[in-house]
Design a binder for this molecule. Structure first.
Ligand code: GCB
Length: 626
């Protein structure tokens, strides 16, 4: 019999990678299969799509925590997971013979979940390592139901115990996972323990270095979700590309016998579709739908959709729209669209820390609206799903990215398996969101054949998993000498839309020199996925003085002129909406641990450049802003 771990691997690793894995020395042979045993290579079998619309018991709130600086209670000396550590949630023996380890959650302080630990307790501000969470909860067993523990995100590796049983583990700090806990629960008082390890890893994604803060912890919502024995774990309902005269997709039902009826109803559109599951639990469907109001930034129409299968039923709010590339154009519902955007990190406005609430998200979307943006690049990792839900409602188009940032271990099959798992988790979570128009596989990666092969495979995988969206990546700016910059990165050929980051006038040249620079870029739609300069809000001076608002403004004036000469440009994403915490920004008084390229400071002060971009986005006068 195959172990559950192997079944999980088969679920999402493509055959080519599996063969590669088989060729590595660290693989474990299992019949004709072999796998490397690490959390990310055992992608969890279940990932509940549309989970935020299912009835759930929230486990958000205060959790006890204990810091485990050496990781001794989580890992054995040889690095295996210690099953008998704090996960058992034992208590010290005060009278009689000593037994067990020295810890006690019952009397430990608490942290708010969701929330990073760094900004909740000053002593944890710079902490990277293992931290244990614990909480009690009441639960009543429901006959004929199964229960999943849903974890919106835990950065970076996490390990789960319920009532002393080790349940699951996950690697990846920005995507959700669901673990079945049915067999571990009982009616009455239960407890869950989760160890989160935020240690950066040379073979992690991202790798050791990032220009953003490594906030650790249970950073997104945690809940218990009850579903019937056979349940819908995944579906995809989208507008038929090009013809736009119908809907197509599938509903996947776990543990349903072949032939299980599935219905998809959209009463407002007069649609009631029936289909039947195949042997794998998947029911494909296609239906004519001529009079749909299509989703767009101008009219972000969402339809209430009901899905029913066996005893399970759920609803979603879905927008239908077509997004595709033709020549050098990006077409939204068949019409060329220009992306007036900005980059946004998941840094909470005003309070800093990781975005984790409706309030944080509302503040970010307020700024986007104010800027007259119709597009946001959510850099550099999948963000809180509230972002996509809000964008669906507000009519903002989204670029969503997995955290492959600059250097990771491109030469290791085990790292490819992690990237592949993260890509699948991102797409699964958000393919029901009309706002997401681009999947990005990476940011600013080195141009060499190992990297190119790695990322090209991910692009193929993204297309295979979601044929309805273009795929992109943010490439490094060309840095050849001379005034004509030629983008030669071969990865561009594999992309539908090419993202180009450039910092002419900040990391090289002076702002006014930018106007002499010309770019040669592929005949594809180009998004300038980053360009920007630092300014400390309130710091004023002559325009050639770095870190002043005047310098930043001058940078954008010249850059828009330079960039607007590139005929293939189909969108702009200045770097970045708000100042954000970064471990690499260490100029006291000017940076103080913040990347200052925000158009807005971390505490909400708009800089001069914000108003400049606000105006040219309103007037559509990019490159002609004076
Ligand atoms: C980049 C990176 C981004 C950095 C930014 C900067 O090219 O993609 O993550 O934060 O430049 O400010 O240097």
């Amino acid at each position: 019999m195959l172990s559950e771990g192997v079944t999980m691997v088969l679920y999402s690793i493509k055959p080519r990678v599996l063969i590669k894995l088989c060729l590595t020395g660290s693989a474990v042979l299992l019949g004709c299969l072999c796998v490397v045993m690490s959390p990310a290579q055992q992608p969890l079998k279940t990932l509940l799509v549309d989970v935020d619309n299912r009835p759930a018991t929230s486990l958000d709130g205060n959790w006890h925590y204990l810091v485990d600086m050496t990781g001794r209670s989580l890992y054995t000396p040889t690095g295996e997971v210690n099953d008998k550590g704090y996960g058992l949630n034992e208590h010290p023996v005060l009278v009689g013979e000593r037994k067990g380890q020295e810890y006690d959650f019952a009397t430990a302080p608490t942290l708010r979940v969701p929330g990073d630990w760094n900004t909740q307790d000053p002593t944890l501000f710079r902490y990277e390592g293992v931290l244990w969470y614990q909480r009690d909860f009441d639960y009543q067993i429901k006959p004929d139901m199964r229960t999943f523990l849903h974890i919106g995100a835990a950065n970076y590796r996490s390990y789960v115990w319920v009532n002393q049983k080790k349940i699951c583990e996950h690697e990846g700090g920005f995507t959700p996972y669901d673990c079945e806990v049915t067999a571990a629960l009982h009616s009455g008082s239960n407890f869950v323990v989760i160890a989160v390890d935020s240690t950066r890893l040379v073979d992690g994604i991202p790798g050791l270095i990032t220009d953003w803060y490594n906030y650790g912890g249970l950073t997104r919502d945690v809940s218990l979700v009850d579903v019937p024995k056979a349940f819908v774990d995944d579906f995809d309902i989208h507008l038929k590309s090009k013809t736009m005269d119908g809907l197509a997709g599938y509903v996947h039902v776990v543990d349903a016998p072949e032939g299980t009826p599935v219905t998809i109803r959209i009463p407002e559109a007069g649609l009631d579709v029936s289909a039947k599951t195949d042997a794998g639990g998947r029911a494909d469907f296609e239906v004519a739908a001529k009079n749909l109001t299509l989703w767009s930034p101008e009219n972000p129409k969402l339809y209430k959709v009901w899905i029913e299968a066996a005893q399970d039923s759920l609803t979603d709010d879905i927008g239908f729209r077509d997004i595709r590339v033709e020549g050098t154009d990006i077409l939204l519902n068949g019409k060329p669209v220009f992306l007036r955007g900005v980059n946004a990190h998941a840094e909470a406005p005003y309070r800093t820390g990781r975005v984790d609430s409706d309030k944080d998200v509302a503040a970010i979307f307020g700024f986007l609206k104010d800027l007259n943006a119709n597009f946001v690049r959510l850099c550099h990792y999948p963000q809180d799903p509230r972002m996509e839900r809000t964008a669906d409602r507000d009519g903002v188009m989204i670029w969503s990215e997995i955290p492959i940032w600059q250097h990771i271990s491109y030469d290791k099959p085990s790292v490819y398996a992690k990237a592949d798992a993260m890509l699948h988790e991102m797409i699964r979570r958000d393919r029901d969101k009309a706002s997401v128009i681009l999947w990005s596989v990476a940011n600013e990666t080195p141009d060499n054949s190992t990297r190119t092969e790695f990322l090209k495979n991910l692009v193929v995988e993204a297309h295979k998993f979601d044929a309805t969206r273009p795929v992109t990546a943010a490439l490094l700016q060309p840095n050849n000498p001379g005034e004509i910059k030629i983008l030669t990165d071969p990865l561009a050929q594999a992309l539908d839309v090419v993202g180009m980051n450039e910092y002419v006038g900040w990391y090289s040249y002076t702002p006014d020199q930018a106007e002499n620079i010309k770019f040669q870029v592929p005949q594809k739609p180009i998004i300038v996925s980053e360009f920007g300069a630092e300014a400390k809000a309130g710091n004023h001076g002559p325009k050639d003085q770095r870190w002043t608002e005047e310098f930043q403004l001058d940078f954008y004036r010249h850059n828009f002129v330079m960039l607007s000469k590139i005929p293939q440009i189909r969108g702009f994403a200045p770097w970045v909406l708000m100042d954000f915490r970064s471990p690499t920004r260490n100029i006291p008084l000017l940076q103080d641990g913040y990347n200052r390229k925000g158009l807005i400071s971390e505490d909400g002060k708009k800089k001069q450049a914000f108003f400049f971009i606000q105006k040219i986005y309103k007037d559509h006068t990019y490159g002609n802003a004076d």
